[in-house]
Write a protein of this length. Structure first.
Length: 362
């Protein structure tokens, strides 16, 4: 840990002003810190931050201003240019570390790193042309998920081959943008789980209970805690999380997504060096949520308890679903959260709700 935590009244810079930046800003305010947000145009975080720099993430003047005004900088989005973080790191502490960011930005580097730490992933191959797609599919029995190596999220930049595509329909390298790709073997998973890990500047680690996640069209729909996986799987997920945050010399909150296979194998799908949608439930079911935990880590405060007081189901409110918020808010077990976005669009995350119930088990 730094000798003394940043004193209240200090300023936290956040690159990215979406809902994650907004929720980080709100958590920071509760601990006495003001946030300055770098984001081009209007954004959810602008309504709650003390200062907003209206510029692109790679704007040199804006970055100089951010470094000048902020005592520490963090980010809410893994597609922030690595050069931005490297440039800032020279003049202000930036957490999570650049290594975690660069690793998570390239699915190939990410999978290699995970495997190097001794943790399994889907089998994968780098793809740089149509012939590579055909070769990879052959190797994976015709079933695979082709993904852009960079800039993919919420299922964007992906193509699923389910075993019956004729050869001409696999020649889609150009359709995928002509950019470097990765083919992953298709994992016929029993379920998907994730774990939200936090690591402090002193190396202290705190782990939340794993959540079971359901996706549709690549977007998270629902997270359920407890996740219902065997306790041995939960233990493996915790061990993997510890190995990963230590290997990255990580500071802050990190989301790790896993596939659980039918024969109880645990494979990492991806890591996100930031607060994570599958951890939003912590806001309602834990005294210290993932947003506060991240702020604590980056300002040098001790990490808080990850104890969960309730069972819960978090559901995203996507697009027009946000219109149901007033009705949902009438339910006694519902904790609602609106991101303040002015316009609902298809696939746009507008808010979420966490339904609480009495904690089961011990
Ligand atoms: P990703 O953007 O990599 O997190 O993928 C989004 C979702 O697509 C995942 O949460 C899974 O539901 C599905 N998916 C991704 N990769 C694979 C894979 N190799 N095998 C099966 N399903 C996958």
């Amino acid at each position: 840990m730094t000798d003394t935590p940043l004193s209240p009244g200090s300023t936290i810079g956040i690159i990215g002003g979406g809902q994650l930046g907004r929720m980080l800003t709100m958590a920071a305010a509760r601990l006495g810190y003001g946030c300055i947000v770098l984001e081009k145009g209007g954004c959810p975080a602008r309504d709650v931050c003390v200062d907003h720099i209206d510029a692109a993430y790679d704007d040199a003047d804006a970055l100089a201003m951010l470094a000048e005004k902020a005592d520490v900088v963090t980010y809410e989005f893994e597609n922030v240019p690595i050069e931005t973080v490297e440039r800032l790191t020279g003049s202000v502490p930036v957490y999570p570390p650049a290594k975690a960011l660069s690793c998570s930005q390239d699915r190939l580097a990410e999978k290699r790193f995970i495997n190097e730490t001794g943790i399994g992933t889907a089998p994968f191959l780098a793809v740089n042309n149509d012939a590579d797609i055909a070769d990879a599919l052959k190797q994976f029995g015709g079933k695979g998920v082709l993904k852009t190596r960079r800039m993919g999220y919420d299922g964007k930049g992906q193509h699923v081959f389910n075993g019956d595509a004729p050869a001409e329909e696999t020649a889609i390298f150009d359709e995928m943008g002509g950019v470097p790709l990765i083919m992953e073997g298709f994992i016929d998973f029993a379920c998907e789980i994730s774990i939200i890990a936090a690591r402090g500047q002193d190396g202290q680690i705190a782990l939340y209970d794993p959540a079971r996640n359901e996706h549709s069209e690549g977007i998270l729909r629902r997270s359920t805690v407890p996740c219902g996986a065997a306790s041995s799987i939960e233990a493996k997920a915790r061990d993997a999380a510890r190995l990963i945050v230590d290997a990255l010399d990580y500071v802050g909150v990190l989301g790790i997504e896993f596939f659980v296979t039918g024969n109880d194998e645990l494979l990492v799908n991806e890591i996100a060096p930031r607060v994570h949608n599958s951890g939003h439930w912590t806001e309602a079911a834990c005294a210290i949520n993932q947003f506060e935990q991240h702020i604590r880590a980056i300002v040098g405060l001790p990490l808080g308890s990850t104890a969960r007081h309730s069972d819960c189901v978090m559901e995203n409110l996507i697009g027009d679903e946000i219109a149901a918020l007033p009705a949902i808010a009438q339910k006694a077990d519902a904790v609602v959260h609106h991101y303040g976005k002015r316009q609902a669009r298809p696939r746009r995350k507008m808010g979420h709700v966490t339904y609480l119930s009495a904690r089961s088990g011990s």
